[in-house]
Design a protein around this ligand. Structure first.
Ligand SMILES: [Zn+2]
Length: 367
C-alpha cells in the first residue's frame, strides 16, 4: 500500500516526465531558454534562400482606392507634393483619399488636393450630429450633395465594427447599422449622384475570438479585439451588410478589406454572386491574399471585374513595392505581417490590369 504523500510525489513525477517527453509532430518537446520568450517578442529569422524580385514600379498605372489623409499624415501642400513624388516613383497614377470629413474641413482638404487634378480623388464622410433627430437623414443626404459639388466623388470609408456608423457612442438600440432606414436617403443620394460608397463592415473575424493562446493574430493586433464587448456579432454585421446591399441595388458599394471575409473566399464569392452592386477592395488584406496564394489568385481571376486595388497602409514607397512583389511575382516566403509569410500570386496581366486600374476606371465617378 502506497502512502498518500508518496502517491502525490509519484503522480507529480509522472506528470513532469510526461511534460518532458511530450512529442509534437514527431519531435520530443523539452524545456529551454525559448520558454521564457514573450509572444510579442518572437521574431524568427528566416534561412530560406530564394529569388527576391525587385519591383520598383507597378506593371500598369495603379489607382489606389483606399487611403486616408490622417493615416498618411497629410497636413500641408508640401505633404501632398511628397506623396505625388512617391506615387510617381512607384507607379501610382491616382489615389483615392478618404478625408474623414464633411463641412468646412472637407472643403479645406478638397482645396489641398485640387492643384493635382486627377492624381487624387477626395471622398467625404458621413454627416455628424444627432442621428436620432428626425431631420438627420435629410441633412445627411444634403451634406453629401454639398460635398459632391465641392469635389467629393464618393463617401467613405464608413465603418461599423458592431457599434454603429454614427460619430460618437450611442446606446445599442439607437446605433446606426448599414441596413438602418435612417441611411436610406444617403445610399439613395449616392445612386442619384452616381458615386460609390466604401464601407468597412465587421472586421477580421479573429477580433471576435478571445485573446489567448488560440488567438489567430499576434499581440500587435490585440487592440482591435472585440471579444466580449458590447457590439454586434461578426455574423450579424455581415447579415446587415447583405440586407443593405439588397435594399439598395442601385447604389455601388465597395466593401473594403475583402469584405472582412478574406479568410473564407468561398463564402465571399457567394456574396458577390448574390449582390451585383457589391465590389471589394483588397486594402490591408495582404496577409489574407499572401497566405493562400493559389486560392486568392483563383478568386481574383474568377471575380476579376469585382475587385479593386487599395492600400490603407500609410504611403511609404516600400509599402507600395511590397504589394507589387506580392501580386506580380512568384517569389516565395515573403516577409509579411502577423508572422504570416506570403507567397507571390504572379497574377496574369489581364487580371492585374483590371485590379490595378480598369475596374476603378469603370465603377468610380470621374466627372
Ligand atoms: Zn481604411
Amino acid at each position: 500500500m502506497i502512502k498518500p504523500m508518496r502517491a502525490i510525489l509519484l503522480l507529480t513525477l509522472v506528470a513532469a516526465a510526461a511534460i518532458l517527453a511530450q512529442t509534437k509532430f514527431g519531435v520530443s518537446v523539452k524545456p529551454g531558454p525559448m520558454d521564457s520568450v514573450l509572444l510579442k517578442d518572437y521574431a524568427p529569422d528566416s534561412s530560406v534562400v530564394a529569388p527576391e524580385t525587385k519591383v520598383d514600379k507597378a506593371r500598369f498605372p495603379v489607382i489606389d482606392v483606399h487611403t486616408h489623409t490622417s493615416q498618411s499624415h497629410i497636413k500641408t501642400s508640401a505633404d501632398v507634393a511628397d506623396w505625388v513624388k512617391t506615387m510617381d516613383e512607384t507607379g501610382v497614377e491616382t489615389t483615392i483619399v478618404f478625408t474623414g470629413a464633411t463641412g468646412a474641413e472637407f472643403d479645406r482638404q478638397a482645396e489641398l488636393f485640387k492643384p493635382y487634378g486627377k492624381r487624387f480623388q477626395v471622398w467625404c464622410s458621413l454627416e455628424g450630429g444627432d442621428v436620432n433627430a428626425s431631420d438627420w437623414p435629410e441633412r445627411a443626404a444634403r451634406e453629401l450633395e454639398r460635398c459632391y459639388r465641392k469635389g467629393a466623388r464618393g463617401i467613405g470609408e464608413l465603418t461599423d465594427k458592431g457599434s454603429g456608423m454614427q460619430r460618437g457612442a450611442q446606446p445599442r438600440a439607437k446605433r446606426l447599422h448599414p441596413d438602418d432606414p435612417r441611411l436610406d436617403a444617403v445610399w439613395k443620394k449616392c445612386a442619384e449622384l452616381k458615386i460609390p460608397a466604401n464601407v468597412h463592415i465587421a472586421d477580421h473575424p479573429s477580433c471576435w475570438k478571445p485573446l489567448g493562446p488560440n488567438q489567430e493574430r499576434t499581440p500587435d493586433f490585440q487592440h482591435f479585439n472585440l471579444h466580449g464587448k458590447d457590439v454586434l456579432s461578426y455574423e450579424e454585421l455581415l447579415e446587415r451588410r447583405n440586407r443593405m446591399l439588397a435594399r439598395h441595388r442601385g447604389t455601388t458599394f465597395i466593401a473594403c478589406h475583402l469584405g472582412n471575409q478574406g479568410n473564407d473566399l468561398g463564402a465571399l464569392g457567394k456574396v458577390l454572386d448574390a449582390h451585383p452592386n457589391l465590389y471589394l477592395d483588397i486594402s490591408a488584406r495582404d496577409y489574407e491574399i499572401g497566405r493562400q496564394p493559389r486560392g486568392s489568385a483563383k478568386f481574383l481571376g474568377k471575380y476579376q471585374d469585382r475587385v479593386l486595388f487599395g492600400t490603407d497602409m500609410e504611403r511609404a514607397a516600400t509599402m507600395y513595392r511590397s504589394w507589387w512583389r506580392l501580386l506580380e511575382t512568384a517569389d516565395e516566403y515573403l516577409p509579411g505581417r502577423i508572422w504570416w509569410r506570403y507567397y507571390g500570386l504572379e497574377l496574369p496581366e489581364p487580371v492585374l490590369r483590371k485590379l490595378y486600374r480598369d475596374n476603378a476606371l469603370r465603377i468610380l465617378a470621374w466627372n
